[in-house]
Design a protein around this ligand. Structure first.
Ligand code: ACM
Ligand code: ZN
Length: 543
């Protein structure tokens, strides 16, 4: 239960310090996401973070976190604290581990020192994020941290954000900023949607045409599949070197990258590169339209399975994540129903329509199982979109529920782990208001900040055992209509704030209090130069 024993009110209170020429401002621990406990002793002399404060980090892992923290402080205050491996007698912030579950943290603030103790280095890092967000924005001044204790344990182990860099290409530096945005919000799983019909963006040495051909389209349809096309070429992919660099960058911020190779549908860019992998043999183009393409991988062609093995070998080589996302959504069976090879495969496998699934849906399950087994042999686990339940799927595969919550509920009841990312609450490509000029996907109702915040990931009727299968919550940023990174920031901020609360906080919701805390996060967005939706900070729910 969240308890705010005594929280000092947020007042941009500038305190003229008796012992210093420098101005100081008081920090406030009521941040986003809200800690479980904030207990403050307002009578005690606060800890003063100043240019003389030392950050104490005993080992190299902690030193990496200390460096990031020093960078955050520098952005907000203009000074960069020194880092040492031993504590001086006072005036230090010490990083420690051994307090609580791995992602939990406790911050103990005394007049002469602060100790940030995580259950692991990740937990400590989240504690440092809280100290960072406690600062009320940018200014050339010291920070007064009220004496007290602040602690939090996240509600979910999997705290995800998805980013589609297929439909539009975003530079490696932009991807890193996305990762920084996640870190600021206490998220730890970056679901990287890196291949789709409109662009293949992952270098695979043994399949060079995937990027030579599959990463480029000359133009794109305007609006929702009108007859008109723009004249803006879209191209780009991430090299091995860039991927390794981004994976390491994320790991430093305690974020695991889960790449998604969406299969067997959403593969038209790969088919453009290797047309033999399709049922008709093509020719195919890197798709210039939106929606769901009928052209998918041919499930009756043995070379498709060999292709998928090679792609997965490249993926597991580049990404150390235990989980690999293998897609499985929106795979029309139009071609398979007519394809002699697919139909022969159905006969060979003895697949038949029954009450629950068609033979073609079972054929998709066969493809998914092939890939999941290939990953399992390498010690990895597959995640798939909820459609993969349709043809049957064993419980070792994690289900990502996007078509509402039903897939996640069915999955958890059947014994799968599930990640909740229902479009109606957590699709950040949807517009953020009913204003005519509001940018966002044409096909969906607006998704207001309050609606995101209102989402409850665990159904009331769930038993504890079923609830334990809901391992996390994720927001998805699809980029059909998001051509620039600044636009992607606008779509995600501040909805990331509401998502972070779902991921971390289990106490009853209070939207008004959340909005007050969110207003303070805005100052941190400003300090970092992030683009965001200003109006969302004022918006209330509209019908
Ligand atoms: C999806 O939005 N097609 C997973
Ligand atoms: Zn086929």
């Amino acid at each position: 239960m969240k308890q705010i024993a005594l929280a000092i009110g947020f007042a941009s209170l500038f305190v003229a310090a008796a012992c210093s020429q420098r101005e100081a401002v008081t920090a406030d621990y009521c941040v986003v996401p809200l800690p479980d406990q904030v207990a403050v002793d307002t009578a005690a002399t606060p800890f003063r973070l100043s240019p003389s404060t030392v950050i104490v980090a005993a080992d190299s892992a902690a030193q990496s976190d200390a460096q990031l923290f020093a960078g955050y402080i520098s952005t907000l205050t203009g000074f960069s604290p020194k880092i040492a491996d031993r504590a001086p007698s006072d005036d230090y912030i010490r990083l420690a581990t051994g307090c609580g579950t791995p992602d939990a943290y406790t911050i103990s603030v005394a007049t002469d020192s602060i100790v940030v103790c995580g259950g692991s280095n990740a937990g400590t890092f989240y504690g440092l994020q809280t100290l960072r967000k406690a600062i009320p924005g940018k200014g050339d001044r010291d920070i007064l941290y009220p004496v007290g204790t602040v602690s939090a344990t996240p509600r979910f182990a999997y705290r995800g954000a998805h980013f589609d860099t297929s439909r539009h290409f975003f530079s490696a530096d932009s991807v890193k900023i996305f990762i920084d945005m996640m870190a600021m919000h206490g998220m730890n799983r970056f679901h990287w949607h890196i291949t789709d019909d409109q662009g293949w963006r992952l270098e695979v040495d043994s399949l060079p045409l995937l990027t030579e051909v599959g990463s480029k389209r000359p133009n794109t349809v305007i609006g929702w599949n009108t007859a008109d096309y723009d004249s803006v070429p879209v191209s780009g992919y991430y090299t091995h070197e860039q991927i390794r660099d981004i994976v390491a960058y994320a790991a430093e911020r305690h974020i695991t990258i889960i790449p998604e190779i969406d299969l067997p549908g959403h593969m038209q860019a790969a088919l453009a590169a290797y047309p033999d992998l399709g049922c008709t043999g093509g020719p195919y183009e890197v798709w210039r339209r939106w929606g769901v393409s009928d052209d998918v991988l041919c499930a009756g062609n043995d070379s498709v399975y060999a292709f998928l093995d090679r792609v997965m070998d490249a993926v597991t080589d580049l990404f150390p994540s235990e989980y690999i996302h293998i897609g499985g959504d929106e795979c029309p069976k139009t071609r398979w129903e007519k394809c002699p090879k697919c139909q022969a495969k159905i006969r060979t496998l003895g697949l038949r329509d029954d009450r629950n699934s068609t033979a073609e849906q079972k054929l998709q399950s066969h493809v998914m199982k092939h890939v999941a087994d290939h990953l399992a042999a390498k010690g990895r686990k597959a995640i798939g979109w909820d459609e993969i339940l349709e043809g049957g799927c064993d419980t070792s595969t994690v289900i990502m529920s996007w078509r509402g919550v039903r897939g996640g509920i069915t999955a958890a009841k059947a014994g799968h782990d599930a990640i909740m990312t229902p479009a109606t609450y957590l699709y950040f490509d949807y517009k953020q208001s009913y204003d005519e000029s509001e940018p966002g996907a044409y096909y969906a109702k607006p998704l207001l900040l309050e609606t995101v915040y209102s989402y409850e990931p665990i159904p009331e009727e769930f038993s504890d055992a079923e609830a334990a299968h809901i391992i996390g919550v994720q927001g998805n940023t699809w980029c059909e209509y998001i051509p620039t990174f600044r636009h992607a920031q606008y779509m995600t901020l501040p909805r990331f704030g509401a998502l972070a609360e779902l991921q971390w906080v289990s106490s009853p919701k209070d939207y008004a209090a959340f909005m007050q805390r969110l207003a303070r996060l805005r100052a941190i967005y400003d300090a970092e130069g992030y683009n965001y939706n200003v109006k969302a900070f004022e918006a209330s729910k509209e019908e």
